[in-house]
Ligand binder design. Structure first.
Ligand code: 5GP
Ligand code: MG
Ligand code: MG
Length: 177
């Protein structure tokens, strides 16, 4: 599809917000022994690497999961499959799930349930972007970078056909013709 990308959130705003979330996360986990930051691949990898470098109040471990969502978007019971599981156990640990963007909420609500069954000490969710108008299932989200309108976006790890993950800003994809 012919398209162009238009800046929606410039780099300095993205970075300022990530630093601010970092300060809040530092505050929350000040008394934690260790925080396991779980990145959902591939979209969260750029946000996660920016965010984790602001965490200074506790020791940080990184782990990754790849989940894929199947089924019609018309049904509310989409199947979410784990393609790549975490490398380490999270039982008894403080866990922060780091996501790129929440849309319907199906992926994150299933991933959260899978992790909750493993009995972490605490489980929280942080997302760079959120499209609240698209939500189909409720997910408790602890930190949202930016709430955005229902536009298809790319950048800061988020792709269109695997491209644009390297953009330093959030942009919307505008179809041409
Ligand atoms: P959901 O919340 O609907 O289960 O799925 C969220 C996933 O949908 C995100 O992790 C992302 O992969 C994809 N997604 C949702 N909105 C957008 C968007 O605007 N751009 C891109 N590239 N992916 C999106
Ligand atoms: Mg994602
Ligand atoms: Mg994608």
């Amino acid at each position: 599809m012919k398209h162009r990308v238009d800046v929606m959130i410039p780099e300095d705003e993205v970075q300022a917000r990530i630093a601010e979330m970092g300060r809040e996360i530092n505050e929350r986990y000040r008394d934690s022994e260790e925080l396991v930051m779980v990145g959902l691949l591939r979209g969260s990898c750029v946000f996660l690497s920016d965010l984790c470098r602001h965490i200074t109040s506790t020791d940080v471990c990184l782990d990754f999961m790849t989940a894929s969502s199947y089924g019609s978007s018309m049904t509310s019971s989409r199947e979410v499959r784990i393609i790549k599981d975490l490398d380490d156990e999270i039982k008894g640990k403080d866990v922060l799930i780091v996501e790129d963007i929440i849309d319907t909420g199906h992926t994150l609500s299933k991933v959260r349930e899978i992790m909750r069954l493993r009995e972490p000490k605490s489980l929280a969710i942080c997302t760079l972007l959120d499209k609240p108008s698209r939500r189909e299932v409720d997910v408790p989200v602890d930190w949202v970078g930016f709430a955005i309108p229902d536009e298809f976006v790319v950048g800061v790890g988020i792709d269109y056909a695997q491209r644009y993950r390297n953009l330093r800003y959030i942009a919307k994809v505008v179809p041409l013709e």
